[in-house]
Design a protein around this ligand. Structure first.
Ligand code: NAD
Length: 447
């Protein structure tokens, strides 16, 4: 689905007119291409102490990035990493933050700012908690100031999680890379040192078998493509009525198709039986199938309410229960569910949809502990405005406004959601449990 305005304001004379009129000028986002270098220029790593030294060494020695520890103002940096894990008083934010400030004006297009900090808890001394929580506010505001398709995101380390824990390293790579093109203004908490670094960052899902529901089109189709690109064998699931499109997707990713209504009572066992019979195992389940039946609650019919809840949340609960009790979903399994910013911030006309998507967020939080014993995780991805058939049905003017209401001033592409799903499904994300990662360009609604 295209964004004509974005193309217009980035070409020749119309770009000039848009600038003179002060109209939004969304920058085309750079997206991941296998084989491309992690960053297109040097990175500045600010902060002192062992964590900052470790991050600098990781970037320069392991990831082959040119790293500077002090800003050279005239240089164009591709990324700035602010390591703020040692701050114990708000006063200590000043030096590292202002050191980074000096290079922001000349950050490359599609540049990256990533903060690394520790979680603020009620057990901290007040000054420590103030400094740590201050990083959240700083990051969210800075992300709103960046231009040219640049993004700002943060990694928050809970408890005694080390800065070299697999999920900290994995999240850092994800946020620095073009895989996170439409993730902006987000803070992702790493709860534990679980997870493993992949043998290759290009194909982290090698040897894993993944089921993707709603895979015949839209975001689900892109998730199937992306997981297969990252090395997974994919079982593409969708309604029998979408059979032809489903076969096309399954063939393209060299996986298999399973025609199935996810609301069927036996959907969980059928998914598991198919995966075991055809591929010998099941490691990753992506609950993507979803529907909308929008109406103001005052006009809501039981059918509209019940069908949305049945597909978007009840089916996921039933399938998860079948998998968790089967004894065949125990080798570092991953569940990734599609939530929505509507389930966080609410949306007029979507009480049924938001109840189901809020439900997804509650479900992953409560399901994650059940999987932790097997090195497993459950997490959610909450897309904002994504250019799909679902959003193409929104009336034109509302659609134009809706897709500009985020820091990147554009809608995301299905692949942006798929990249976040692939990250959460990867071995390196084993320490990210029960969380929600928004893929919304830092939508103005919600937190
Ligand atoms: P889409 O309507 O383009 O595709 C959904 C797919 O799910 C379709 O192929 C459909 O056949 C399938 N499906 C529906 N009911 C099913 C069932 N009972 N059993 C099996 N398959 C079923 O939707 P999309 O835009 O690609 O959205 C995918 C997911 O992302 C949904 O969960 C949606 O709520 C969520 N989401 C989308 C957006 C967006 O902007 N497009 C924003 C937030 C969240």
């Amino acid at each position: 689905m295209g964004d004509t305005y974005l193309n217009l304001v980035n070409s020749g004379v119309t770009a000039k007119i848009a600038k003179q009129l002060g109209l939004p000028q969304p920058a085309p986002l750079r997206r991941y291409r296998p084989g491309a270098p992690l960053l297109g220029g040097p990175a500045l790593v600010v902060g002192t102490g062992a964590d900052a030294d470790g991050v600098a060494a990781l970037l320069s020695r392991t990831w082959d990035v040119e790293v500077h520890r002090h800003a050279t103002p005239e240089l164009r940096y591709a990324a700035v990493v602010l390591v703020l894990t040692q701050v114990s008083h708000p006063d200590e934010l000043s030096a590292p933050v202002l050191a980074a400030a000096g290079v922001l004006r000349s950050l490359s297009r599609g540049g990256r700012v990533v903060t690394l900090s520790r979680e603020a808890t009620a057990d901290d001394a007040p000054a420590v908690a103030a400094a740590r929580q201050g990083v959240d506010g700083l990051l969210r505001s800075l992300a709103k100031e960046l231009r040219g398709g640049s993004t700002g995101n943060g990694i928050v380390m809970a408890g005694d999680v080390a800065a070299d824990a697999p999920s900290v390293v994995g999240a850092l790579r994800f946020f620095l890379s073009t895989r996170s093109a439409f993730v902006d203004g987000q803070l992702l908490t790493v709860s534990s040192g679980a997870g493993t670094l992949p043998e290759t960052w290009e194909r982290p899902l090698e040897g894993r078998v993944a089921v993707v529901t709603g895979a015949a089109r839209g975001i689900g189709e892109s998730i199937a493509d992306t997981l297969a690109r990252d090395g997974a064998t994919v079982v593409a699931v969708d309604m029998p009525s979408a059979g032809e499109q489903l076969t096309r997707v399954a063939n393209r990713v060299r996986g298999t198709a399973l025609q199935l209504d996810v609301t069927a009572d036996d959907a969980g066992t059928r998914i598991l039986e198919h995966a075991l019979a055809r591929h010998g195992r099941l490691d990753i389940v992506v609950h993507n199938a979803g529907i909308t039946r929008d109406k103001l609650l005052a006009n809501m019919s039981p059918d509209k309410w019940d069908s949305v809840l049945a597909v978007n949340i009840a089916a996921q609960l039933r399938i998860n229960e079948a998998l968790l009790t089967s004894g065949d979903f125990t080798d570092a399994p991953r569940i990734v569910s599609l939530a929505s910013t509507s389930g966080i911030a609410g949306n007029r006309g979507q009480t049924n949809y938001a109840a189901s998507k809020g439900g997804v967020i509650g479900m992953v939080r409560a399901t994650a502990p059940l999987l932790e014993a097997f090195g497993g995780t459950a997490n959610a991805v909450a897309p904002g405005f994504i250019e799909t058939e679902m959003t193409a049905r929104i009336p034109a003017v509302t659609r134009q406004v809706a897709r500009r209401l985020n820091s990147l001033q554009q809608g995301g592409q299905p692949v942006d959601v798929a990249e976040a799903v692939a990250f959460l499904a990867s071995p390196a994300a084993g320490g990210v449990v029960g969380r929600v990662l928004r893929v919304c360009g830092q939508n103005m609604v919600g937190q």
